[in-house]
Write a protein that binds this ligand. Structure first.
Ligand code: SF4
Length: 424
């Protein structure tokens, strides 16, 4: 029996118990969330993973996307990225390779991590068609579904599937006009295939068949955001909203069929449109877990996009987004290095925590840090820090003459001066 069926029958599974313990909520809260489609736990019958609950009332989770490209296809580097992401505290990993031996790379990454792994099966289907028949537009529909099942059997826990792109969506995109074009690889592949073949997106027209595969292999369906804006000037446009509405309707069918479902969102969003995007998405999907990609709140800071996305992610999380896809400093410029993956995860974790301080009222760690700083207790500060290694290394590199203080103010340490007079 799958998780939704168990939850609906009132059965609390081991996975639900684990999430309840991790999150400090009741087991019944998690069970009800799964039964109602507000919480998912991506699992796989083919692979044991570190259990991670995503959705309403739970901590905001962080995903790190890795994967090769046609220019840089180094398996060892991807394995290193997977380990770096896990070490930095990512909650899930997406393997999005488009270069090299796609099956082997995914296998090695899945073996290298205990985290839930996500994939985008249409990448492999389109790329195999391009390699074999010369262009992505020659992709065969049967191959798309075959590869989806194969990736599930290889231990993929969740899959981003571009279900919301149909001819209505494409009409909206064409009539809308855009400043930043179409930036989703999956969206671009599917758009080209549909227009070239004048055929409906099989992931939309054969949705019931897709659900059978998802259900059989207990894969969590993450409804892809192929129309997301790639520039803040295109945020919340008609094409994005059209795709969201289709995905929202399909998400209800998916949950009713017993398939755990997440709905993805944009993208690039100016800061004053984030709240509306979260409310709209949550409302039309009937509270399905919301997977926010970024979002980037300005387009003019290449080299710092992890920070740009962290601003957007903190706000998104505070308004109710449940799951954040990290962005690395090399976004829009190059394939990230393992070190940049680490940086991206840390930036996203900071954002998720900042959001949770509002969304869940989680402020205990900040209070603890305030006390540790007041007491000049450096070990306690490192223990609470999101990245203790970095904090410790910076201090060690520039140690003060008086070990109580730091080299910022040295002899004139405000805390030390006042601590002589006040017992807080
Ligand atoms: S020296 Fe200045 S910055 Fe450092 S702990 Fe004291 S008050 Fe804070």
């Amino acid at each position: 029996m799958n998780l939704i069926a168990s939850a609906k029958r009132g059965i609390v599974t081991e996975e639900m118990k684990t999430v309840a313990r991790q999150e400090g909520v009741t087991e019944d809260f998690v069970r009800r969330g799964i039964a109602e489609g507000h919480i998912v736990i991506p699992i796989s019958p083919y692979r044991e993973v570190k259990i991670c609950g995503i959705g309403e009332g739970l901590h905001t989770k962080v995903n790190a996307s890795i994967g090769t490209s046609t220019d840089i296809a180094d398996i060892e580097m991807e394995v290193k990225k997977a380990r770096m992401a896990e070490r930095a505290g990512a909650d899930t990993l997406m393997e999005l390779s488009t270069g090299g031996d796609l099956v082997e790379i995914r296998k090695r990454v899945v073996e290298a991590t205990a985290l839930s792994v996500g994939s985008v099966p249409l990448y492999q289907a389109f790329i195999e068609a391009a390699r074999k028949d010369g262009a992505v537009v020659h992709m065969r529909e049967d191959d798309l579904f075959r590869i989806t099942a194969e990736q599930a059997k290889a231990g993929t826990n969740f899959m981003a599937i571009h279900t919301g792109i149909n001819f209505v969506t494409l009409d909206r995109l064409k009539n809308q006009g855009r400043h930043g074009g179409l930036v989703s690889r999956g969206g671009a592949f599917m758009t080209a295939w549909m227009l070239h073949n004048q055929k409906e997106n099989p992931l939309y027209s054969e949705f019931e068949y897709l659900l059978e595969i998802m259900k059989e292999h207990e894969v969590t369906l993450s409804m892809g955001n192929g129309m997301r804006a790639g520039a803040v000037h295109d945020a919340t446009d008609r094409a994005q909203i059209q795709e969201l509405l289709i995905n929202a309707e399909l998400a209800d069918r998916s949950h009713a069929a017993g398939v755990q479902t997440i709905v993805e969102g944009p993208g690039h969003i100016p800061i004053d449109e984030i709240e509306a995007n979260v409310i709209l998405q949550k409302r039309v999907t009937n509270g399905k877990p919301f997977y926010m990609l970024g979002p980037l709140v300005t387009d003019i800071a290449p080299g710092y996009d992890d920070r740009v996305a962290a601003i957007g992610a903190a706000l998104s999380s505070s308004y109710g987004a449940d799951f954040i896809c990290y962005v690395t400093p090399s976004e829009h410029l190059a394939l990230p290095t393992p070190e940049e993956v680490f940086e991206g995860v840390i930036s996203s974790r900071i954002a998720a925590h900042v959001g949770d301080m509002v969304k869940l009222g989680k402020r205990e760690a900040d209070q603890e840090m305030g006390h540790a700083r007041r007491d000049l207790d450096w070990e306690r500060q490192f223990a609470v820090a999101i990245n203790p290694e970095r904090a410790r290394a910076i201090r060690k590199e520039r140690m003060p003459a008086d070990a109580d203080t730091c080299t910022m103010c040295g002899d004139y340490c405000a805390l030390k001066i006042v601590n002589r007079y006040f017992k807080f």
